[in-house]
Ligand binder design. Structure first.
Ligand code: C2E
Ligand code: MG
Ligand code: MG
Ligand code: MG
Length: 281
């Protein structure tokens, strides 16, 4: 009987695995179809300069409105797109579209675009970025590419060479989600990043946990010693903002200012935050 039970459990797991695999495959097919149908969209979240007290740029964030499932989070479909190799053409679409849209903004605004590790596997990335800039007439210095620590883990030397190539175009390079990856600090010596984005988890616990406050302080100090500016992610309350200011953080991004919005809402945000009158924060 024990044997039979065991088999039963095994079958149960097998069925569950099967279902999961099928769901994944379905999502994968949908993802490819969505790309063909251009069913993706970009939203933009403002980045606020704490010294100038105005919006200094926007981060482009990929959105997928699935016909049945509704909005699928990029934290779910970006890893899948990476796995099936779709991130390369999808990432190119993001860059082109974002550069084109940002070229129409006031010219003191920067555009930040996320680039995943899988896009770093060839030097084709440099050509792709160069072409997107040329096509859109967006000046290279207005483009900032955000990469995560993981990128440097995969193929350190080749990645550093590509980063130098990208920098050579005049673009800026930011370290995204700093403090959440698995790499050591040693990679900070391998490439001079322009910016460090302090991960949302530190901002979130800033008021509740003394530890997070110390980490934020240490990261800001580390970044500034290395000549990088800092952006705090996930700023949701005025208290967090005040604390970040005190610690000398340069920029902030989060729901306190605005969630990511469609391109059509960018002018209204600029009017609110950068327009004539004083601002709330
Ligand atoms: P990320 O680059 O760190 O982007 C910040 C994420 O935090 C965004 O989630 C944003 O909506 C969210 N966020 C911003 N402010 C707040 C806040 O105050 N509170 C909270 N709770 N969340 C906030 P989103 O748009 O879901 O994107 C998730 C991740 O997906 C991004 O993290 C990025 O790693 C990836 N991603 C998004 N778009 C792209 C893309 O075009 N290419 C690549 N390779 N990855 C992308
Ligand atoms: Mg980012
Ligand atoms: Mg981030
Ligand atoms: Mg993040």
């Amino acid at each position: 009987r024990a044997k039979a039970d065991g088999r039963g459990i095994y079958r149960f797991f097998e069925a569950e695995m099967d279902a999961r695999l099928q769901a994944r495959r379905a999502l994968e097919l949908d993802l490819r179809a969505a790309f063909e149908a251009e069913a993706f969209d970009l939203h933009y979240q403002p980045i606020y300069d704490l010294t100038a007290e105005r919006i200094c740029g926007f981060e482009a964030l990929l959105r997928w409105n699935h016909p049945l499932r509704g909005r699928v989070s990029p934290t779910e479909f970006v890893p899948l797109a990476e796995e099936i190799g779709l991130i390369v053409p999808l990432g190119e679409w993001v860059l082109r579209r974002a550069c084109r849209e940002a070229a129409g903004w006031p010219d003191d605004l920067k555009l930040a675009v996320n680039v995943s590790a899988a896009q770093f596997t060839s030097v084709g990335l440099i050509t792709m970025v160069r072409d997107a800039l040329a096509e859109s007439h967006l000046p290279a210095h207005r483009l900032e590419l955000e990469i995560t620590e993981g990128v440097l883990l995969v193929n350190g030397n080749a990645t550093v060479a590509i980063l130098h190539g990208l920098r050579g175009l005049g673009t800026r390079i930011a370290m995204d989600d700093f403090g959440t990856g698995y790499s050591s600090l040693s990679y900070l010596r391998s490439f001079p990043f322009d910016k460090m984005k302090v991960d949302r988890c530190f901002t979130r616990d800033l008021m509740a946990e003394p530890g997070s406050g110390f980490i934020v302080r240490a990261v800001i100090s580390l970044a500034s010693s290395l000549g990088m500016i800092t952006t705090a992610e996930g700023v949701e309350t005025p208290e967090q903002l005040a604390r970040l200011r005190e610690e000398g953080c340069n920029e902030a991004q989060g729901y306190l200012f605005s969630p990511p919005v469609p391109a059509s809402e960018v002018p209204a945000l600029l009017e609110t935050w950068n327009g004539g009158g004083r601002r709330a924060a």
